[in-house]
Every structure is written in structure tokens, then in C-alpha cells.
Design a protein around this ligand. Structure first.
Ligand code: NDP
Ligand code: AKG
Length: 444
């Protein structure tokens, strides 16, 4: 049995009931075969892949808090400190009822390679809780965030582990967590990113993941002599990533016509009304069904369905495994030429295979959504030098980072004989730097 197959078997055996983690690990390990096969003896002797798939540390803790009725609630908190080979652990905190250890591990594992692709010195980690901020009062969210940080603050720090936002964790939650960290640890430092601008946040961090997604899509199109001008874009999600992907798609000449949340989806043939979307989601924290109050001619449907709309480019920006094989068939039948992942692992393996086999250019999340964490690393730099850069300066750097990521994954795919396969290119390019650092640092 090949070394890669042995490790895949071990991942499945030793991590039961963690299907998302198996999916992420299999995808990466399978695409590393050309590199691993060429170094099989050394990698096997050093147990390199076993060390890569096993987190350095994983924390699971109780999060008790009191709701508005005086009832004590108990949630479970997680932080998986996956790899510090190339820098302090870095990755978001997800607050969603579906969160469990396997989901945090898949996200932390992806983060290792994504963070490596940014070219910046950040290792991989991820955290979260099964707490659902939806429908909670600000006071309840604060009570949860303070309790969560009371435990987490023992294990993080500006030079050890720097969490940030993800699903369900935005500026409000980061603010409450930062306040509690400072209160307990007594240090004012860049321990979190995605902070508010008045206390150490970076301009353009809020926009960075969505903007970065469009910058890399544009760079890929440019390499083929094409552009976003005049292209119809379908987007899923209505949160941070989706909103700023829609904003940048407009700025680059595209026409985004859909968005979705966990209860329904919108098709607006004239183009999504960005101001309405921001008001519904960022200000009111309401459901997308309200969109028709702003745009009576738009369609709102319960359930899921954005992938049935005719378009040129599809941008899944909601959550994992939201684009399945049937959706992939609909995209191909409708003439979609590009799928770029704003979310983490939104496309199932079967759907990815189908899209690639049918000539759709596929930009995987660990490359395409890396603009968020890259800008978080820029926030860390600003915090370290106690300066704030202008929006233009951060945005310029983000554009450069996303263009570099595209060329690095493109070149890695070509080097190993997989031209145009950006899944292979991203995994290999991300892995090469991490493995180099691991080898240099001995058996740790
Ligand atoms: N924020 C960032 O900087 C980065 C985020 N990502 C990834 O992008 C994706 C979206 O994150 P972000 O925009 O920050 O999150 P948000 O919480 O801001 O938005 C998530 C959106 O997806 C919708 N959604 C639909 N179905 C689900 C589901 N089953 N579970 C969770 N959400 C669902 C949500 O609907 P509803 O409004 O009903 O909750 C919401 O509109 C995630 O995969 C995240 O890991 C990747 C890189 C960086
Ligand atoms: O900005 C960060 O540190 C994390 C972003 C994130 O969670 C992600 O890239 O999935």
C-alpha cells in the first residue's frame, strides 16, 4: 500500500464520525501524491504525513453563560491548534449550532495550507462553539463571548495563537472577546483580528475575503485573456464573504444576481441591491425574505436553489458541502465556466470532480478565500508596529497577494503535470513551504 493510502486509512480509523475532516484530509493527501511519491522513503521514515494530519493540540471546553431569563446555558468550545510550522496558529472562530470537533479539524487543516499560500508567517488553527448567535440579545451574545474567552485566553496570545471571525462571529463578537481577553490577561495586544477600527482593527479586513475572491478570479481570467466585464455571477450566502464578493463583482464590471441564507434565496435579474442586502443582514440581522420589501420585482424562494440560475461564474460563499453533484450538473448545463470558492470546502468531492472533468475552471477555497486571513496577517503587522495603514495600502497589498497566489498555484500545477488543476496546485504549493519548515525544525 502506498504511504498516502496508509495515512488516509489511518485518518479514517483514528478519527471516527468526522466526515468533513476525512473529506478535507483525503482531498489534500490525494493531490500530494506526486510530491510524496517522489520522497516516499524520507517522508515515511519521518512520519511526515502522520505529523501533518495530527493537530499539535486540540482544546475542548465548557462554556456556561446565563440567558436573559436567568437560565444557565452550557455550550461546548473548541480550539484546534493545528500547525505552528510557519508561524503562530491563525484562523477563525465559528459560532453555529452545527459545530463539532470534526468540523473544526477540517477547517484547521485547510487553514494550514491556505495560510502558507498567503506567503505570510502564519500557522494553521481554528476554533468555535455550537452556540447560535441568531435570535440572541446583545447581552446574551456578550455573556457567551466572555465565558468562551475566559477559558480560551489561557491558550492564545499575539505571538502564539491569533483567532478571528468566521460564520456567526463578526465585529460584535470579536469586540466582546477582545474586551474579556484584555480584562483577564491585562495586555493590550493584537490577540484577535477583525477588530473594530477604534481598537486596533485594519481597514479593508471586513471586505478582504470577498474582495480577494474576486481579485483571484480576475487574475485567473486575465491569464486567459478574459475579464469579469459583463459576466453574470451567481453567489450563495448573504454574510460577510458573500456581501463583499458581490460588492467587488460590481466594481469589476460583473453582474451578481443571487444570494442566499439558511432559509431561502434571492434571484434579482437586475442585479442584487447591495444597499438592501447590507441593511437586511448587517444592520437588522434579519432574514433574506425581507429583500422583496426593497425590490418587489426580485424573486424570493424558500430552501436552496441559486445553482439553478443561468450564469458565467459561480461563487459559493455560505458553508461546507453546499454545492453537490446535481448542482454541478446544473451549473455545467447552464454554461457556467468558473467556480471560485469563497466558503471553506463548499463543493463536495463528486461535484469538484464533475466540474473539472467538464472543463469548468475551479479555484479551491484555500486559495480563493485566502484574502481574509492574509489581511488578518496584515492587521497583525500593523498591531506590532503600532501603526494603521490606509484602506488603499491594505487593498493594494491584498491585490498583490491574491495575484501571487494565483500564479503560485498555476505554476505548481504545471510543474507536476496537472496544468489547470488548481486543487492540486494549491495543495502542493501550500504543502511545500510547510514541509520545508517542518524538516528544518526537526521531529516536533
Ligand atoms: N469571514 C471570513 O473572513 C472568512 C470566511 N470564510 C468562509 O466563508 C464562509 C462564509 O463565512 P462568513 O461570510 O464569514 O459567515 P457569515 O456568518 O457572515 O455568513 C454565512 C452565510 O451563509 C449562510 N448559510 C447558509 N446555510 C448555512 C449553513 N448550513 N451554515 C452556516 N451558514 C449558512 C448564512 O445564512 P444565515 O444568514 O441564515 O445565517 C449566512 O448568510 C464560511 O465557509 C467561512 O468558513 C473563509 C475565509 C475567510
Ligand atoms: O482571518 C483569519 O484569521 C481567519 C479567516 C478564516 O477563518 C478562514 O480563512 O477560514
Amino acid at each position: 500500500m502506498s504511504y498516502v493510502d496508509e495515512v488516509i486509512e489511518r485518518v479514517v480509523r483514528e478519527n471516527p464520525n468526522e466526515p468533513e475532516f476525512h473529506q478535507a484530509a483525503k482531498e489534500v493527501l490525494n493531490s500530494l501524491r506526486p510530491v510524496v511519491d517522489a520522497n516516499e522513503e524520507k517522508f515515511r521514515k519521518d512520519a511526515l504525513l502522520e505529523r501533518l494530519v495530527n493537530p499539535e493540540r486540540q482544546l475542548k471546553f465548557r462554556v456556561p453563560w446565563v440567558d436573559d431569563k436567568g437560565q444557565v446555558q452550557v455550550n461546548t468550545g473548541y480550539r484546534v491548534q493545528y500547525s505552528s510550522a510557519i508561524g503562530p496558529y491563525k484562523g477563525g472562530i465559528r459560532l453555529h449550532p452545527s459545530v463539532n470537533l470534526g468540523i473544526i479539524k477540517f477547517l484547521g487543516f485547510e487553514q494550514i495550507f491556505k495560510n502558507s499560500l498567503t506567503g505570510l508567517p502564519i500557522g494553521g488553527g481554528k476554533g468555535g462553539s455550537d452556540f447560535d448567535p441568531k435570535g440572541k440579545s446583545d447581552r446574551e451574545v456578550m455573556a457567551f463571548c466572555q465565558s468562551f474567552m475566559t477559558e480560551l485566553c489561557k491558550y492564545i496570545g499575539a505571538d502564539t495563537d491569533v483567532p478571528a471571525g468566521d460564520i456567526g462571529t463578526g465585529a460584535r463578537e470579536i469586540g466582546y472577546m477582545f474586551g474579556q481577553y484584555k480584562r483577564i490577561r491585562g495586555v493590550y495586544e493584537g490577540v484577535l483580528t477583525g477588530k473594530g477600527l477604534s481598537y486596533g482593527g485594519s481597514l479593508a479586513r471586513k471586505e478582504a475575503t470577498g474582495y480577494g475572491l474576486l481579485y483571484i478570479t480576475q487574475e485567473m481570467l486575465k491569464s486567459k485573456g478574459d475579464s469579469l466585464q459583463g459576466k453574470t455571477v451567481i453567489v450563495s450566502g448573504a454574510g460577510n464573504v458573500a456581501t463583499y464578493a458581490i460588492e467587488k463583482a460590481y466594481q469589476l464590471g460583473g453582474k451578481p444576481v443571487t444570494c442566499s441564507d439558511s432559509t431561502g434565496w434571492v434571484y434579482d435579474a437586475e442585479g442584487i441591491d447591495l444597499a438592501a442586502l447590507k441593511e437586511i443582514k448587517e444592520v437588522k440581522r434579519a432574514r433574506l425574505s425581507e429583500y422583496k420589501n426593497y425590490r418587489p420585482n426580485a424573486e424570493y424562494h424558500e430552501g436552496r436553489g441559486v445553482w439553478s440560475v443561468k450564469a458565467d461564474i459561480a461563487l459559493p460563499c455560505a458553508t461546507q458541502n453546499e454545492l453537490n453533484l446535481d448542482d454541478a450538473k446544473a451549473l455545467v448545463a447552464n454554461g457556467v465556466k468558473v467556480v471560485a470558492e469563497g466558503a471553506n470546502m463548499p463543493t463536495t468531492q463528486e461535484a469538484t470532480d464533475y466540474l473539472q472533468a467538464n472543463g469548468v475552471v475551479f479555484l479551491p477555497g484555500k486559495a480563493a478565500n485566502a484574502g481574509g486571513v492574509a489581511t488578518s496577517a496584515l492587521e497583525m503587522s500593523q498591531n506590532s508596529e503600532r501603526l494603521s495603514w490606509s484602506f488603499e495600502e491594505v487593498d493594494q497589498k491584498l491585490q498583490g497577494i491574491m495575484a501571487n497566489i494565483f500564479h503560485n498555484i498555476d505554476n505548481a500545477a504545471k510543474k507536476y503535470g496537472f496544468e489547470g488543476n488548481y486543487v492540486v496546485g494549491a495543495n502542493i504549493a501550500g504543502f511545500e513551504k510547510v514541509v520545508d519548515a517542518m524538516n528544518a525544525q526537526g521531529i516536533v
